[in-house]
Ligand binder design. Structure first.
Ligand code: NAD
Ligand code: UDP
Length: 319
């Protein structure tokens, strides 16, 4: 039966895909967003849907609505955007978690937190299992995001232990796909936009650092499975694609799919505290959620490049 489902950050990259999926599954969707990095264009097609509702709201402020499930995704995810106003980033993670958990407690809703592989920091255990406690700098330029998300996890588990709130926590690894902003600043969208517009491809550092890239549809499937699992699994559970690539390999894979590009690869300074390596151990999700990613890099990049080709064609493209 259809449920009343709230998605915070629902106008963002992942959130808008999740809203679409929830509508297809027959739920009523309440999209809550302050449009910091989200945009109406991402949810444009849903606005007319009879089961879709949009609320412009900042989750650092409490909210009172009647819902059955809450997916808490509100938080800028690109370093460029979360470092622009780091205090607001921490507030969004921490106050946002308190507000969503308080709401879930009051209306007895299930609440899922979109946590992140960033809780592992610059990991010295590789690949990263959920049992690894991480290696995070508490005072660096990434800390507003990493520590904010870590504190949100703490709040989720304490509301669960203290007040029996029905929680789920997923740790999401680097995810890409259509609906990322052209100026998002993360590596996949940067390289694709640069290649399509014949600008230099900006590799930070020597490009030997690694990431494991997950296509957004795989993530959405994992989040929905986690929210609705009947094994009382609350997490944290890693959701990511274990196929690991160096950033240089990623740049070459993108250039290979855009053969007409005249872009050259250039090397720029590596940002402070940039993790050296990242790869999820997804044994837990495989075993308990019967989930694993199905879309590998080549196919996922191809769909994402098709999307950006269209977006870049739209004249006077604005947010
Ligand atoms: P995004 O920046 O595209 O989306 C975030 C959304 O949250 C935007 O629509 C933004 O406007 C909204 N938002 C930000 N602060 C808010 C606030 N205070 N109140 C209400 N809305 C607010 O990012 P994304 O890639 O879609 O990420 C979604 C979630 O998944 C985030 O919580 C992020 O930390 C997590 N995550 C994403 C990735 C990834 O690779 N995409 C990896 C790990 C974790
Ligand atoms: N990166 C890069 N060029 C860019 C953007 C990012 O080389 O134009 C690198 C960045 O330094 C990091 C990796 O790509 O090593 C992934 O960066 P992203 O911001 O996408 O995610 P995160 O660092 O949070 O995993």
């Amino acid at each position: 039966m259809g449920k009343r489902v709230m998605v915070t950050g629902g106008a963002g990259f992942v959130g808008s895909h999740l809203c679409e999926r929830l509508l297809v599954d027959g739920h009523e969707v309440l999209c809550v967003d302050n449009f910091y990095t989200g945009r109406r264009q991402n949810i444009y097609e849903m606005l007319e849907h009879r089961n879709f509702e949009l609320l412009r709201h900042d989750i650092t402020v409490p909210l009172s609505v009647e819902v059955d499930q809450i997916y808490n995704l509100a938080c800028p995810a690109s370093p460029v955007h979360y470092q622009f106003d780091p205090v607001q980033t921490t507030k969004t993670s921490v106050l946002g978690a308190i507000n969503m958990l308080g709401l879930a407690k009051r209306v007895k809703a299930s609440v899922l937190q979109a946590s992140t592989s960033e809780v592992y920091g610059d990991p010295d255990v590789h690949p990263q299992p959920e049992s690894y406690w991480g290696n995070v700098n508490p005072v660096g330029i990434r800390s507003c995001y990493d520590e904010g998300k870590r504190c949100a996890e703490t709040l989720f588990f304490d509301y669960h232990r203290q007040s029996n709130v029905d929680i789920r926590v997923v740790r999401i690894f680097n995810t890409y796909g259509p609906k990322m902003l052209p100026n998002d600043g993360r590596v996949v969208s940067n390289f694709i936009v640069q290649a399509l517009t014949n600008q230099d491809i900006t590799i930070y550092g020597d490009g030997s650092q690694t990431r494991s890239f997950q296509y957004v549809d795989d993530l959405v499937e994992g989040m929905v499975k986690m929210m609705n699992n009947t094994r009382q699994l609350i997490g944290p559970v890693n959701l990511g694609n274990p196929n690991e690539f160096t950033i240089k390999e990623l740049a070459n894979a993108i250039l290979k799919q855009i053969p007409e590009s005249t872009s050259k690869i250039i090397f720029k300074e590596l940002p402070q505290d940039d993790p050296r390596q990242r790869q999820p151990n997804i044994d837990l999700a495989r075993k308990e959620l019967d989930w694993e990613p199905n879309i590998q890099l080549q196919a996922g990049l191809s769909r994402t490049i098709d999307y950006f080709r269209l977006v870049m064609k739209v004249k006077n493209y604005t947010k």
